[in-house]
Design a protein around this ligand. Structure first.
Ligand code: UD1
Length: 419
């Protein structure tokens, strides 16, 4: 088990480059199995979750070459349509492989996915959408068997704009030969990235980024293509907040500004000076931040993945802030750890009330999930003294070289083997 040791108190300064998006890489790696040709993906972050996705698609029959952030996938012969239970359990996003495997093999077998413990995270919307499109589903002893031989044209109206369900329908529909509409689709930028990838491959997806998506399915796709994954807007937001919490001055390169506007607006309200130039963003925090209120919402609202991170900045901002978490019902676990560092927080259902203290105190804490773990890094950078974060496996699931990036900016963070 690895831990991070952080000696806080340093102001973060300098330049750093954003990595490719985790939440975009995962569906696009799944989409690569739709291609009977060779897919070259650039800017794939080297993180635990992308490794699991690559392990699964290898098991399905893909040949994979990795060279830094470049991944070459040859999916000309996919024969296996079963995802092993132990790999399903390691990552929530494994569920989007169901749509991709169904598209390619007309059959898929999988079990319930795992992932961070931030809520119940059922897959009912995925399965209901599949059924609406004529996909046959049989559940037995925790295993789910799907068959898409009799898929039909159709309209799926999502009860909630689920990101994963939207991606799963797009993937299943792309090789169905049918015309499928999604209503109340999720509008996240990662879905636009998936659409761009599929269309570059020769597929026909329209409307991603809006509530209405149309997929005109074809029968087969075969092309040798290269595609670059978009930057990770949550990693960028995390680094912006690291500047805010350390009274820093950092420039982040390789940013898509339009993806991070909700974060920019909140940090400006809190007192950051933010300048945007081409694909670079500079975040300067001259003074202690001010309190503000935040409600997480589906895109283009404030992202739930940023909630623990910005809440940690608010924990040392001037005044009282109110946070409402509308997407996941159990996303405040990290606050118990933050309290060990002195945070003054009360939780009432989906609402957290945060009274800003001057500074965190260092402590021994434990990462409880991916973004909650990243939040503790920020608290450690703010605290004076030595903070030890254990269980950092969660953080490594989604952040590429976060320790190196922070060190480059002047922060003291080191990895230690063992508790
Ligand atoms: C994706 C992101 C995750 C982000 C989340 C919300 C990836 C790999 N992960 O997760 O980082 O936090 O979007 O922006 O892209 N729900 C159901 N039934 C379902 C599906 C979802 O009730 O079948 C609920 C979930 O429990 C949750 C809400 O819908 O409360 C949103 O989930 P969803 O948008 O599906 O998130 P993910 O795709 O899992």
């Amino acid at each position: 088990m690895q831990s991070y040791i952080i000696k806080g108190g340093e102001k973060l300064e300098g330049e750093v480059e954003a990595s490719g998006s985790k939440n975009s890489s995962l569906p696009i790696l799944a989409a690569a199995i739709l291609n009977r040709g060779k897919t070259i993906l650039e800017n794939v972050p080297n993180i635990h979750d992308t490794k699991i996705m690559l392990d699964i698609i290898k098991l399905l029959g893909c040949e994979i070459e990795e060279d830094g952030n470049r991944v070459i996938i040859d999916s000309s012969s996919i024969e296996n349509y079963e995802i092993p239970d132990e790999l399903m359990r390691q990552m929530r996003s494994s569920v989007i492989l169901a749509g991709a495997i169904l598209a390619r093999c007309k059959k898929a077998t999988f079990s319930y996915p795992g992932g961070c413990d931030i809520g119940a995270r059922p897959i009912d919307l995925h399965l209901k959408s599949f059924k609406t499109l004529g996909i046959n589903i049989l559940e037995e002893n925790g295993e789910i068997f799907c068959d898409s031989e009799n898929m039909t044209d159709g309209v799926v109206t999502l009860d909630f704009p689920s990101v994963g369900a939207t991606e799963n329908i797009i993937l299943a529909a792309t090789l169905s030969g049918k015309t499928i509409y999604i209503r109340n689709a999720a509008m996240e930028p990662e879905i636009v990235d998936l659409q761009n990838f599929i269309n570059k491959l020769g597929g026909n997806v329209l409307g991603a980024g809006t509530k209405d998506i149309k997929i005109v399915g074809t029968k087969s796709l075969q092309k040798n293509i290269e595609y670059k994954i978009m930057p990770d807007r949550i990693e960028i937001g995390t680094l912006m907040c690291a500047s805010a919490i350390t009274k820093g001055n950092i420039k982040i390169k390789n940013v898509k500004i339009e993806h991070i506007l909700p974060i920019v607006y909140k940090l400006e309200e809190m007192g950051c000076e933010i300048t945007l130039k081409d694909d670079d963003i500079t975040v300067i925090a001259k003074n202690r931040m001010k309190a503000c209120n935040i409600k997480t919402m589906p895109y283009p609202g404030f992202p739930t993945d940023m909630q623990p991170i910005i809440a940690t900045v608010l924990g040392v901002s001037k005044g009282t802030s109110i946070i409402v978490e509308n997407i996941f019902e159990n996303r405040y676990k990290y606050l118990a750890e933050l309290k060990r560092m002195g945070a003054k927080v009360t939780i009432e259902g989906r609402t957290a009330i945060i009274k800003g203290i001057k500074k965190y105190n260092s402590a021994k804490v434990e990462a409880t999930d991916l973004r909650g773990g990243a939040a503790l890094i920020l608290a450690g950078l703010n605290a004076s003294g030595k903070t030890i974060i254990s269980n950092i496996g969660y953080i490594l699931r989604g952040y590429e070289n976060i320790d190196k990036k922070i060190r480059k900016l002047g922060g003291n963070i080191y990895t230690r083997e063992g508790e």
